[in-house]
Ligand binder design. Structure first.
Ligand SMILES: Cc1ncc(COP(=O)(O)O)c(C=O)c1O
Length: 405
């Protein structure tokens, strides 16, 4: 298939996709690189013949590309089924290994604004006897490293798990400062970082950040779904979750998702080479959108830190409307947006992130997250804001909530 006949990154030409924090369109170059591994190169990477060798070699190339985007060595990359599995592997794997090595290490630290795929395994460990400190955040959605200093214990703390970028409000967390506190407390304490929303959007280097375990997901950076990786710093020991053939350095068993891994590798290569230009261009579009929304919609308020923020995220509270109604109404006009994380919208839970930031019930209800991708344009933003303004007026006619202007 030539590049001309490959599907475009957007499927519906008149729709506007502004939910790139939930997932991103697959790039043509990524799709083309994956194609042979769906059809002609179908060998099992563990096989001892040419077909197996071809698949193995493709995985090695992808591993180097994934390692490069975070400044790691390829031997430190473990392929998984995505961000959720990487988080589970890092958290359960590290906690159980730490406790096995030293039975006093049963204290964990995380933040109140982590993704459910971090919080759920931590809650499970809590039920199994681990003690957990949930760090609070400021009204701007940022962890205060001093809070960590007060709670960390050189003898009891097993590991710390903090995200690099929050998936709802896009705030960048002070991971480097947190790493320094850990290093000055004890060499035994591990730092896991869920960088699912950061990798590919801002420069990430595991060496300079001082991270032991780091989560990446392919579909957030224009790669295929169902694949991701966990960076495991050389020398760090964790327990595997999936047992079997031990394909991924004995840390993750199962025949590798070869075409997914190939696509993930290509997506990392492209994201790394475009990171500076994308950061600049996407933030220009985001800043334009924020200005226009705040100017045209007086009941809109911008949430989260302005400075410590990912370039593609804009998060608003729209007073007097229900965020879910708003998202559904926007969809009728071909606009894809979100109230926050895709996973919690399915579970119909109010945002734990916004509650941790001290938002009132009404403020949480009226939330709208816009996340820009490299495919979006200024023209799309103009059309989006025009439709948003109209939709808000329509919803207000039926809303029992009075807008605070
Ligand atoms: C911060 C964060 N962590 C983890 C995940 C889960 O990643 P995946 O969809 O690859 O399982 C997401 C997905 O939205 C996320 O935003």
């Amino acid at each position: 298939m030539s590049a001309d006949t490959a599907p475009n990154t957007t499927t519906q030409t008149d729709s506007i996709y502004l939910d790139n924090a939930a997932s991103t369109p697959l790039l043509n170059e990524v799709f083309l690189e994956m194609m042979p591994y769906l059809r002609t190169h179908y060998g099992n990477p563990s096989s001892l013949h040419k077909h197996g060798f071809d698949a193995r070699r493709a995985i090695s190339v992808a591993r180097r590309r994934v390692a490069s985007i975070i400044g790691a060595s390829d031997k430190e990359i473990v392929f998984t089924s995505g961000g959720t599995e990487s988080n589970n592997l890092a958290i359960k794997g590290a906690a159980l290994e730490c406790r096995a090595e030293d039975s006093r290490r049963t204290h964990l630290i995380t933040s109140k604004i982590e993704h459910e795929s971090v919080l759920e395994p931590i809650r499970e460990l809590e039920k199994e006897g681990f003690e957990v400190t949930y760090l609070p955040v400021s009204n701007d959605g940022i962890i205060n490293p001093d809070e960590m200093k007060e709670n960390i214990s050189g003898t009891k703390t097993a590991f710390v798990s903090v995200m690099l970028v929050n998936n709802e409000v896009g705030t960048i967390q002070p991971v480097k400062e947190i790493a320094k506190i850990i290093q000055s407390t004890s060499k035994e304490i591990l730092l896991h970082c869920d960088a699912t929303q950061g990798v590919g959007k801002i420069p990430v280097n595991v060496q300079t950040l001082g991270i032991d375990l780091l989560t990446i997901s392919s579909h957030k950076i224009n790669g295929p779904k169902g694949t991701g990786a966990l960076y495991v710093r050389r020398g760090v020991r964790i327990n595997p979750l999936l047992l079997g053939g031990g394909q991924e350095a004995l840390l993750r068993s199962g025949t590798e998702n070869v075409y997914g891994i190939v696509g993930f590798g290509k997506a990392c290569e492209i994201a790394l080479s475009n990171i500076t230009s994308n950061e600049r261009e996407i933030s220009i579009i985001r800043n334009y959108l924020v200005k226009k929304v705040l100017n045209d919609i007086p009941s809109a308020r911008f949430n989260g830190s302005v400075i410590h923020r990912i370039p593609n995220n804009a998060h608003f509270t729209i007073s007097g409307v229900n965020g879910e109604d708003l998202v559904m109404k926007l969809d009728e006009y071909g606009i894809a947006a979100s109230t926050g994380s895709a996973c919690s919208s399915r579970k119909q839970k109010s945002s734990h992130v916004l509650r941790a930031m001290g938002f009132s019930y009404d403020e949480v209800t009226g939330s709208l997250r816009i996340s820009i991708g490299s495919q979006n344009t200024i023209q799309e933003v103009d059309r989006f804001v025009m439709i948003l303004s109209q939709v808000i007026k329509e919803l207000r006619k039926f809303s029992p909530i009075t807008p605070r202007l």
